[in-house]
Write a protein that binds this ligand. Structure first.
Ligand code: ACM
Length: 514
């Protein structure tokens, strides 16, 4: 008799799932959670729903309000947000802070029953990441800006989830083409859906200086006034930058500013003649060559300049890292490069920050806590680890979002090869460089250089659908990932891309489900 009941339950469950009912495992979640379990049924979001948060925790309340405001435009529900005072019964979503070492800083546990949802984490940051999962379990039309017809069902079940790597980032080059505060905020919103937690801003290069430095005002007055192709360029005031940092922090995204040195520096050399060895200002540059400029490494004023820039930038950057560039300094003698990077490291340390730099910085001495961003050269990554550093994985052949998908796609370059959606996804950071292991790696970053990228539509075309794949590589354990499974899930994200009006590249490798 017991067996027959069990069969009956199994049949009901199977029937429900086969009928195409949305379940946790069929929703196409990206990044794929560590553990998922389906249950029959669904929680239905409605006007009666109340969001509770525990411990009168003000930061948690802010995260709860973020969720309320996220779902408001499409659902039309003005959901109440209240501190939890007693056991909740029906129509409730509870965000609670717990202590569970397994979950770490960003992990969460999500339990969804027909009447109640509980999202638990060690930190409000973990709750924020879990909210992105709830978001992806809701119908994609929840992303729309105007009121849509329900029902707003969230499938029942349980998820336990936490990231493989602490650093999961994207880089935007605002030097080759400038993008303003609103564009950067929009990008922050889009990448947060996939649990990205770091935004690296490439703020200076040959073509443009994009951050106000009050003690060196001509950097932006002169160095900020053009870009690739000769357009008008632009720059962030320090107030603009602080607003980006604040907005990102609300989404638990850390901003890492980059000042690229000693090469990639023509915009500064054009702004101040004294930064040149011959005391003559360079012309502004609007082409796309690399490797031709260098700071004058043996002049005192160079280090006064670097000190002022790092001091001002550190004061408005709450994150622990300053990115000092260090790539492609072909116009700097090797011994000068080593000398320069060592001195700059001391300056960064003086202002209480740690150094992040492109993999070439490993040629210099590096301090404990330094991170080398692997983009090109295996031997540099190995050297960095040998010297006590860590590695941020951003291999050009896998993660560079400015590489064309294939010969026919219109935007981007291909000096690092063509990076189609499968190539971007189907690799493991822990096994891709001989001699570099998971313990040496802080995480994964996807850089978008903007030589050919002029509009936000262009950004979207290069970022989507590759970035969600990188986000999953950084979050989901390697043994839980496969291309065949991923390509079905990314196909389902298309309805979300569409609802968000994202100009994504419809790769023919994917059977898109808009
Ligand atoms: C780089 O692509 N030059 C870091």
């Amino acid at each position: 008799m017991r067996l027959r009941i069990l069969f009956l339950i199994a049949a009901i469950l199977t029937f429900g799932f086969v009928k195409g009912q949305n379940t946790i495992t069929s929703a196409g979640l990206i990044p794929k959670p560590v553990l998922m379990e389906n249950n029959l049924g669904a929680f239905e979001l409605s006007n009666k729903t109340t969001i509770y948060y525990t411990d009168n925790n003000e930061e948690l309340k802010k995260v709860a309000l973020y969720f309320k405001n996220l779902i408001k435009p499409a659902t039309g529900f003005d959901i109440a947000v209240k501190p939890l005072s007693k056991e909740t019964t029906r129509h409730s979503i509870t965000f609670e802070i717990i202590e569970n070492p397994e979950l770490g800083t960003e992990g969460y546990k999500l339990k969804i029953y027909p009447q109640v949802i509980t999202l638990s984490a060690n930190t409000p940051e973990g709750i924020f990441r879990g909210i992105q999962t709830i978001r992806q379990l809701l119908p994609a039309k929840v992303e729309k800006k105007t009121v849509q017809k329900g029902p707003w069902k969230i499938p029942d079940g349980e998820i336990t989830d936490f990231p493989s790597y602490r650093y999961r980032g994207m880089m935007l080059d605002v030097s080759r083409h400038f993008f303003g505060v609103e564009d950067v905020k929009h990008l922050i919103d889009l990448i947060s859906i996939y649990k990205i937690n770091t935004l690296h801003l490439h703020l200076s290069d040959d073509q443009g200086w994009r951050i106000e430095i009050k003690s060196w005002p001509k950097l932006t007055e002169i160095g900020g006034k053009t870009q690739v192709g000769g357009g008008k360029g632009g720059f962030f005031t320090q107030e603009d930058y602080k607003e980006i940092v604040r907005y990102a922090a609300e989404r638990y995204i850390t901003v890492i500013p980059e000042i690229d040195m000693p090469g990639h520096i023509n915009a500064a050399l054009a702004s101040y003649p004294e930064l040149n060895c011959d005391n003559k200002a360079k012309e502004l540059y609007t082409g796309t060559d690399v490797g031709f400029s260098t700071l004058c490494v043996h002049k005192d004023v160079t280090y006064k300049f670097v000190d002022d820039v790092i001091r001002e930038l550190s004061a408005i950057t709450p994150g622990e890292y300053i990115h000092i560039g260090g790539d492609e300094s072909h116009a700097t003698k090797k011994e000068d490069y080593i000398y320069f990077i060592s001195k700059v490291q001391d300056i960064v340390a003086k202002y209480g920050k740690k150094v992040l730099g492109w993999d070439e910085i490993a040629l210099s001495e590096i301090k404990p806590g330094t991170v080398a961003e692997y983009w090109a050269k295996d031997s540099n990554a190995v050297l960095a680890v040998k010297k006590g550093g860590k590695i941020l994985m951003a291999p050009g052949s896998r993660t560079y979002l400015d590489m064309q998908y294939n010969k026919k796609t219109p935007l981007g370059l291909h000096w690092s090869g063509y990076v189609n959606v499968k190539k971007a996804y189907d690799w493991d950071p822990a096994t891709s460089v001989k001699g570099i292991h998971k313990k040496d790696i802080t995480g994964v970053e996807s850089p978008l250089w903007t030589e050919t990228i002029k509009t936000f539509d262009d950004i979207e075309y290069m970022v989507f659908p590759r970035l969600p794949g990188h986000a999953e590589i950084g979050w989901t354990p390697a043994k839980e990932r496969s291309w065949d499974d991923y390509k079905k899930r990314i196909a389902k994200q298309a309805s979300r891309f569409k609802a968000l009006d994202i100009n994504y590249y419809k790769s023919p490798l994917i059977d898109w489900k808009e």
